[in-house]
Design a protein around this ligand. Structure first.
Ligand code: FAD
Length: 468
């Protein structure tokens, strides 16, 4: 069959990984086609992930900040929430960047094909526009960036709109009186933060023995304490065993160590993880090996087992984060364009944009213990930061982990407002191989929360013993 379109590089999927790869490749001179099943570019992150969730979390933060201002003598009234306007704001932010991406593709002469792509051979992908039309695209090289989607736990009545995944929750169809959040990971807790601020009564159930499994326990405590104070019911080591749609709500039954009192919910959000789309692109027809769980194995240049086919982003594994996808996308494009490069970054930061925020990077204490890595810890409590106390957030802390042999920083974690912004310095320090004294000798502006990073290094060094 004659190809309808020919190109040097086909990028499958226009999420942060895919559009970054396509734009970089085009900048490096490759004739690039970008295939995306949805009209709007930007993938999960822009359309139903990072960006809309953060727009809504900002609204939640404003509501909470106003409520807490009473602590220092400024009382606002009960917020009047116009859900339609809030939804429109979120959509406006997303739309602005959809438009921006379309413009960036056009500027670079990246040809965007709308439709669902699947391999038909190692050098061909068929794109189905869903309206009966198909196009055969022949490529010299390909970057698979088809991402992931929410895991739909079996046993839930998914045909009932009161059962939601994160995409549904971001639609903001209403403010349920009672909301059950299944899964106390980053996505579940961010959405819980939004809906609680909007007025929902929240119950969270989590299978593990802590919220946000993966982060050190001490980091999660200030968040759990605050959520509890705000009336969020948290049930650990507990799972939903049945969820039934009834006229008056979704009736759930639970199993575990902490069974919620409430059994009937107006809505249920299931946020128990994401599954890669590796099984949905007929990868076998190109000879690309897909693992059992749907992830595609790649080497340090993002090549699959078929050398001219690369894969990047959520589809290649954890952590499923946008900044990992973009970094991998850029690398794959550069390698495809002939540059001799490979993955060199040491660490990938994780951030939960909850209140307080939780951010960590590199080795965690839990991991160090499990792997027998000898580390030393420098911890600076924000109660000793006048700036943190001034904003009413003395419960936060900054923690740095050092290799005991070299005093080099190997990990760090921060809990408190703006932790997501602050963690970037720790990531840079790790990449640069900084020692505790390098961080301590770097003069940080006063009074800022960023000082806490230098202070944590100094606590480790023993150069400050008194926290003033
Ligand atoms: P995706 O963004 O999943 O994009 C893949 C694209 O491929 C999609 O547009 C899809 O439509 C398209 N596609 C798939 N199959 C085909 C096909 N066969 N043909 C054509 N097109 C196809 N990460 C962060 O770093 N920070 C955050 O704050 C954050 N918040 C999040 C909040 C939520 C609610 C969710 C769900 C996720 C969040 N993430 C966050 C994760 C982040 O969205 C993902 O890690 C990121 O989008 C992965 O990018 P990607 O390019 O690999 O894939």
């Amino acid at each position: 069959r004659q190809a309808d379109v020919e190109c040097a590089l086909l990028v499958l999927g226009a999420g942060p990984g895919g559009y970054t790869a396509a734009f970089r490749a085009a900048d490096l001179g490759l004739d690039t086609v970008l295939v995306e099943r949805y009209q709007a570019l930007g993938g999960v992150c822009l359309n139903v992930g990072c960006i809309p969730s953060k727009a809504l979390l900002h609204a939640a933060a404003v509501i909470d900040e106003a409520a807490h201002a009473a602590d220092y003598g400024i009382a606002f009234g009960k917020p009047k929430i116009d859900l339609d306007a809030l939804r429109a704001h979120k959509q406006k932010v997303v739309g602005q960047f959809n438009k921006g991406l379309a413009g960036m593709a056009k500027q670079r002469k990246v040809r965007v094909l709308a439709g669902s792509g699947a391999f038909v051979s190692p050098n061909e992908i068929e794109v189905d526009d869903g309206k009966g039309g198909t196009q055969l695209v022949r490529f010299e090289q390909c970057i698979v960036a088809a991402g992931s989607q929410a895991l739909k736990l079996p046993g839930f009545p998914w045909d009932d709109p009161r059962v939601m995944d994160s995409t549904d929750a971001l639609e903001l169809a209403g403010t349920p009186k009672k909301l059950l959040v299944v899964g106390g990971g980053i996505i579940g807790l961010e959405m819980a933060t939004v809906y609680r601020a909007l007025g929902s009564e929240i119950t969270v159930v989590e299978l593990a023995d802590q919220l946000m499994p993966g982060a050190d326990k001490d980091l999660v405590k200030p968040l759990a304490d605050r959520l509890k104070k705000q009336g969020v019911a948290i049930h650990l080591k507990t799972k939903v065993v049945e969820a039934k749609a009834q006229k008056n709500g979704i009736a759930c039954s639970f199993e575990g160590e902490s069974i919620p009192e409430t059994k009937l919910f107006d809505r249920v959000l299931v946020a128990v993880g994401r599954v890669p789309n590796g099984g949905k692109i007929d990868a076998d027809r190109a000879g690309v090996r897909v693992g059992e769980r749907g992830f595609i194995d790649v080497d340090r240049q993002m090549r699959t087992n078929v050398p001219h086919i690369f894969a990047i982003g959520d589809i290649v594994g954890q952590p499923m984060l946008a900044h990992k996808a973009t970094h991998e996308g850029k690398l794959a494009a550069e390698v495809a364009a002939g540059e001799k490069k490979e993955w060199v970054s040491r660490v990938i930061p994780s951030v939960a944009y909850t209140d307080p925020e939780i951010a960590w990077v590199g080795v965690t204490e839990t991991e160090a213990k499990a792997k027998g890595i000898k580390i030393g810890v420098g911890k600076f409590p924000w109660a000793a930061s006048a700036r943190a106390v001034g904003i009413g957030r003395g419960e936060g802390f900054t923690k740095l982990l050092f290799d005991e042999a070299t005093h080099r920083v190997v990990g760090g974690a921060i809990v408190g407002p703006h932790a997501g912004e602050l963690i970037a310095e720790v990531a840079l320090a790790i990449e640069m191989g900084a020692e505790a004294s390098d961080i301590g000798h770097t003069i940080h502006p006063h009074p800022t929360l960023s000082e806490s990073v230098a202070m944590a290094a100094e606590v480790y060094e023993g150069t400050i013993t008194d926290l003033y």
